[in-house]
Design a protein around this ligand. Structure first.
Ligand code: ADP
Ligand code: MG
Length: 228
């Protein structure tokens, strides 16, 4: 569960100029939530508060029973394991194959080779890239690269997947391939938080849509369409 209680984030010194302003929000496990809003509205800031890339100026954040107020630096790796993240630019390692890119996320936390050989192919099947495990990122389409990035984000089985404009660089067909993968991951039980500017995607998904404007939640509707 994700809980925000009157959370604000001010980057600079001027408290009038909050990127996020008294946002309260409740997301249940296994929900699929789309966050929309114009550029600069505060969507990425909201996500960065959840991953602890940024600290709130005020307010309370609790994710999966962890109260961020009591969070120590040593707890952050554990928190990050619970939250997978995918961005608009894929940030894959160019000199590693698809398999190696995904495996790397496990290597850095000390997972055994045996376990890696077992887990990575499974995750690549989920994102539909099993047959491309030996390719390098440059040999893939944008949509395929993004699906590698998703595989990397979910290989440690996070409870929450944050996808911040994951389709921003993709044509409609590849965008939908990525969205279908997010839906599949959600079906397996992962909470998905997605931002997108793609109205067609928002309208067809018919999920909970939260609209942010100027750092505030201005609407929060189930089965909603795009209204920015
Ligand atoms: P969105 O993702 O909806 O486009 P952001 O969360 O990136 O919006 O930005 C919200 C506001 O906070 C914007 O006014 C932006 O300029 C500002 N902002 C974002 N990141 C920083 C930062 N690191 N330092 C200062 N201001 C920032
Ligand atoms: Mg953003």
């Amino acid at each position: 569960m994700i809980l925000l209680d009157r959370v604000s984030k001010v980057y600079g010194k001027d408290s009038e100029d909050a990127a996020i302003s008294r946002v309260s929000l409740h997301v249940e496990p296994k929900e699929f939530v789309i966050v929309v809003g114009q550029s600069g509205a505060g969507k990425s800031t909201l996500f960065k508060l959840l991953t602890r890339e940024e600290k709130p100026t005020s307010g309370k954040i609790i994710v999966g029973g962890i109260d961020y107020e009591n969070l120590k630096d040593k707890d952050i790796p554990n928190l990050r394991r619970k939250i997978g993240v995918v961005f608009q630019d894929f940030k894959l390692l160019p000199n590693k194959t698809v398999f190696e890119n995904v495996a790397f996320a496990l290597e850095i936390v000390g997972v055994s080779n045996r376990e890696i050989k077992h887990t990575v192919p499974k995750v690549l099947s989920i994102v539909g890239l099993k047959s491309k495990e030996s390719r390098y990122p440059r040999e893939l389409s944008g949509g395929e690269r993004q699906r590698v990035a998703i595989a990397r984000a979910i290989v440690r089985q996070p409870k929450i997947l944050i996808a911040d404009e994951p389709t921003g660089n993709l044509d409609p067909k590849h965008a939908w391939d990525v969205i279908r993968v997010l839906e599949r991951i959600n079906k397996f039980g992962t909470t998905v938080l997605l931002t997108t500017h793609n109205q067609d995607i928002v309208n067809k998904l018919r999920r909970r849509v939260i609209t942010i404007s100027d750092g505030k939640i201005v609407s929060d509707k189930a089965n909603a369409s795009y209204e920015v």
